[in-house]
Design a protein around this ligand. Structure first.
Ligand code: SDX
Length: 437
């Protein structure tokens, strides 16, 4: 194994140089502190690998994304979301019997415990669906108590995975019904995964929803494109929380909360809000670009930029094409899409964005598609969570399959006070400087 030599003062230490199957290289510092007393500092983990993983490969400079080696473009065009979920979790595309069993289990587990419906009564109709989703997913551990002890039983894991992937749709749809005051619509056993979700969202006792095949295909592709993305913020959260050996439901709940942030999965909602603001205020594209570049202006071009992609996000490319297809079929003069495409054109030709390698990411077009499907804006990040769930589960499983199993516990560099004494109140009152700076 190749090594590098770290020199510090009069000392030196040889550290192994690891290489991944796609040629990525890393310095293995697992023994650094033990051997030298030194740690590394890397705010935001921009240069730090947290694990070895065989699930998803991203080449950010060349806009490449593959799930278990299969290019996202092929999966988006040819696969279903449920077989992509199976691929991510178990490492291979299911054969016919595996597909049938997985599909049957998803169908059988699509309802949630009837008592859980009462939880929704505790939320105001205005509650953000991500707050409801994280609460209800965590509550699954109460109604389906398959907790993990030291031994990791795969049969328990398989059932928890299927329950989560199936029930997340039902919870999401019920949170929408709760927000609009309509009765819950139960899943049907004769509908495929995406069609069943659309049925629960948009059917009502007085009018069944007719699933449009193009809309079902668009949703299927949206979920596939969101299914995993290596060690992003929410996936790293699922791994870190799961490393304490808490159950899968609680780990996924933590991932949902991390995804909610506007810099992460919450960006798709912010993109639409940004486009609506531009439309209603009549802002010019030039004004938007200028505001996005102005450090003193809180306006940010949501849906642009990425920690890994320094080229066009391959998912955004596919979503843009899908947008154009659906617009030509349904929406002739959708103003927000026109604004989005003009913003993209301006951003791609502006020195500030070019210099910083800021390109449209997955969130730039996904919100426009969710709008066309009829999903309300505040549910866009819920849709991201439904898509990302198999990836979170796969990464959690991979961590549990890895030996040695280690709880995640980063170090720090302390920059606070050196030792000082307790100053009694009367002294603090008489001498504000008594505590030192
Ligand atoms: C997702 O990690 C993943 O894989 C995430 C994700 C997944 O599938 O899990 O791909 C999903 O989260 C996509 C990203 C969605 N977020 C947004 O669209 C929010 C807008 N984008 C940014 O906030 C930002 O680009 C991040 C958060 C995505 C990336 O942040 P980084 O890598 O920490 O980069 P940075 O914030 O340090 O920005 C570098 C420079 C800065 O300017 P300078 O200080 O060098 O002058 O680029 C500027 C930033 O101000 N910049 C932007 C910008 N994004 C970065 N300026 C204007 N508009 C933007 N959108």
């Amino acid at each position: 194994m190749e090594k590098i030599t770290l020199k510090y003062g009069d000392n030196s230490l040889e550290l192994p140089l690891l290489e991944g199957t796609q040629g990525e290289r890393a310095i293995d510092i697992s023994n650094l502190r033990y051997s030298t007393g030194l740690i590394t500092l890397d705010v935001g983990y921009q240069n730090t690998g947290s694990c070895l993983s065989s699930i998803t490969y991203i080449d950010g400079d060349n806009g490449i994304l593959r799930y278990r080696g299969i290019p996202i473009e092929e999966l988006a065009e040819k696969a279903t979301f449920t077989e992509t979920a199976f691929l991510l979790i178990y490492g291979h595309l299911p054969n016919e019997s595996e597909r049938a069993v997985f599909s049957q289990r998803l169908t059988e587990n699509s309802m949630i415990h009837e008592e859980m419906l009462r939880f929704f009564d505790g939320f105001p109709p205005s509650a953000h669906p991500m707050a409801m989703l994280s609460t209800m997913v965590n509550a699954l551990s109460v109604y389906y108590p398959s907790f993990f002890t030291e031994s990791f039983e795969s049969v328990t894991f398989d059932m928890m995975a299927v329950r989560l992937i199936s029930k997340i749709r039902t919870i999401a749809a019920y949170s929408y019904k709760h927000s609009i005051g309509e009765p819950y619509v139960y899943p049907k056993h004769d509908l495929r995964y995406c069609a069943n979700f659309l049925h629960m969202m948009f059917s009502s006792p007085v009018k069944p929803y007719q699933v449009d095949p193009d809309i079902e295909r668009a949703l299927n592709m949206l979920l596939i494109l969101h299914a995993d993305h290596e060690q992003n913020c929410s996936t790293s959260t699922v791994r870190l929380v799961g490393s304490s050996r808490v159950n899968l439901y609680a780990s996924i709940c933590a991932g949902i909360c991390a995804l909610w942030g506007p810099l992460h999965g919450g960006a798709n909602q912010r993109v639409i809000e940004m486009l609506e603001e531009i439309h209603t205020r009549g802002l010019s594209i030039e004004q938007c670009i200028a505001m996005a570049k102005d450090r003193n202006n809180p306006f940010r071009l949501y849906g642009f930029g990425h920690r890994i992609y320094k080229n066009y996000d391959p998912r955004a490319k596919i979503l843009k094409r899908m947008c154009e297809t659906l617009i030509s079929k349904y929406w002739y003069d959708e103003p927000l899409t026109k604004i989005a495409m003009e913003l993209e054109r301006a951003g791609l030709n502006d020195e500030y964005f070019i210099e910083r390698k800021l390109y449209p990411n997955v969130d730039f077009y996904s919100g426009l598609l969710y709008r066309m499907i009829g999903i309300p804006t505040d549910m866009f990040t819920v849709m991201f969570a439904i898509g990302r769930l198999p990836g979170w589960i796969a990464q959690w499983k991979e961590m549990h399959d890895t030996r040695p199993f280690k709880i995640g516990r980063p170090r720090q560099i302390y920059t606070g006070h050196t030792i000082r004494r307790y100053v009694p109140m009367e002294e603090r009152q008489s001498d504000p400087e008594a505590q030192g700076d």
